[in-house]
Design a protein around this ligand. Structure first.
Ligand SMILES: [Mg+2]
Length: 374
């Protein structure tokens, strides 16, 4: 089997009004993603998604489209999609960074390899190590405190056991928002916060976290700047808070730094940020060898990206979502699905089908209607 062509299609899709995201990075109201359509010489069509968010990964739809079609596509065309590690290495050598763009092609390779084998991707990665239905946390935007409280109460009612609240916007509102959510969800449910690298210093983080002490925060996600490993260590040691590293871990070197500094209690990984399903899978195992559990975060992936995430979750033993829930709810944030058979998302649960490849079938006619480069 050979890769015959790779097309990168930029699309735009609004979020449902009640699911629009606000965080230390700003507002996310409309998603702009690149869908990859990879065709093989024997007629298979694989799908990938570059879930680009400029404030977070530095990638844009226009940059991703260009690098996929002009740089990566010529490198992989004519190659066997089974050679996933080799193709990933070639793309990495051709362009540093561009994690989500590289992951989109890698994901599409897995999709056709799985289709040809008649197996879901998780089977090709060693098999499912947990049920195909997972329980998610909910990631609540940095809304005004009263809105956050109301939404949190509704989420608790809908069955969510863990609520993550975005912080590091305005210190006073951060505290009021977290207090409102704790009040709304009661004392038993788990409450975590995500600063998205928004606190500039250890002192700033400590000052706000101290004021939330009565809210019993289980986990503080990415409180400090991306590569401030010393700061994470100090914050963890001085406050005793459990730290979840997210933006601090794109590549293996950063993973190594996190381990060497002994500065976090868990790490968030996902296929897009890690540059592919295989690499995310490998990094989860490496973290496990160092005794650090992993979980999964989200860039509000759409149907294709979310399917790739689910394949990673169910095949990675150290993605310990049972004790540190992640979120794979992205499709439910968007106004409509781009696939004929979307993942089933009900309350806090997402279910991956056991069908070959990614497990979803893209509606390419619908994609054409929403492409933004025409
Ligand atoms: Mg995060």
């Amino acid at each position: 089997m050979q890769i015959a062509s790779v097309e990168a299609i930029p699309v735009r899709i609004p979020l449902k009004p009640e699911r629009r995201m606000v965080s230390a990075l700003g507002k996310h109201e409309v998603s702009e993603f690149v869908l990859v359509k990879l065709m093989t010489n024997d007629g298979l069509v694989g799908a990938g998604e570059a879930t680009v968010t400029p404030q977070w990964s530095g990638e844009t739809v226009w940059g991703a489209k260009s690098i996929i079609e002009r740089l990566f596509a010529p490198l992989v065309t004519g190659c066997d999609p089974h050679d996933i590690d080799d193709l990933s290495t070639r793309m990495e050598k051709a362009a540093v960074g561009n994690w989500f763009a590289r992951a989109a092609i890698e994901m599409a390779c897995w999709d056709v390899v799985g289709q040809q084998a008649g197996k879901p991707i998780y089977e090709l990665l060693g098999g499912a190590c947990r049920p195909l239905t997972i329980r998610n946390r909910f990631s609540l935007g940095a809304y005004p405190p009263d809105v956050a409280g109301e939404r949190a109460a509704a989420l608790a009612e809908a069955g969510f056991e863990t609520i993550k609240v975005k912080v590091a916007t305005d210190p006073k509102l951060d505290v009021q928002r977290v207090q409102a959510v704790r009040e709304a969800i009661g004392p038993e449910r788990t409450l975590t916060v995500d600063a998205n690298a928004g606190w500039r210093t250890v002192e700033q983080a400590m000052a706000t976290l101290d004021r939330m002490a009565d809210c019993h925060i289980a986990l503080v996600e990415q409180p400090l700047l991306r590569n401030d490993f010393h700061g994470l260590k100090e914050l963890r040691d001085v406050t005793g808070h459990k730290i979840l590293a997210d933006e601090s871990c794109f590549d293996e070197m950063q993973l190594r730094e996190l381990i060497l500094h002994d500065c976090c209690d868990a790490i968030t990984l996902y296929p897009g940020k890690q540059g592919g399903i295989a690499r995310a899978h490998r990094m989860a195992a490496l973290a496990g060898e160092a005794g650090i559990p992993c979980t999964i975060g989200s860039n509000l992936e759409w149907d294709v990206g979310a399917a790739g995430m689910m394949q990673f979750i169910v095949s990675s033993p150290n993605v310990q979502i049972e004790t540190i829930p992640g979120d794979c709810l992205g499709p439910s944030y968007h106004e409509f699905a781009i696939v004929k058979n979307p993942l089933v998302i009900e309350g806090p649960f997402t279910t991956l089908p056991d069908t070959p490849g990614l497990g979803i079938e893209v509606d390419w006619d619908l994609v054409e209607q929403h492409r933004i480069d025409r």
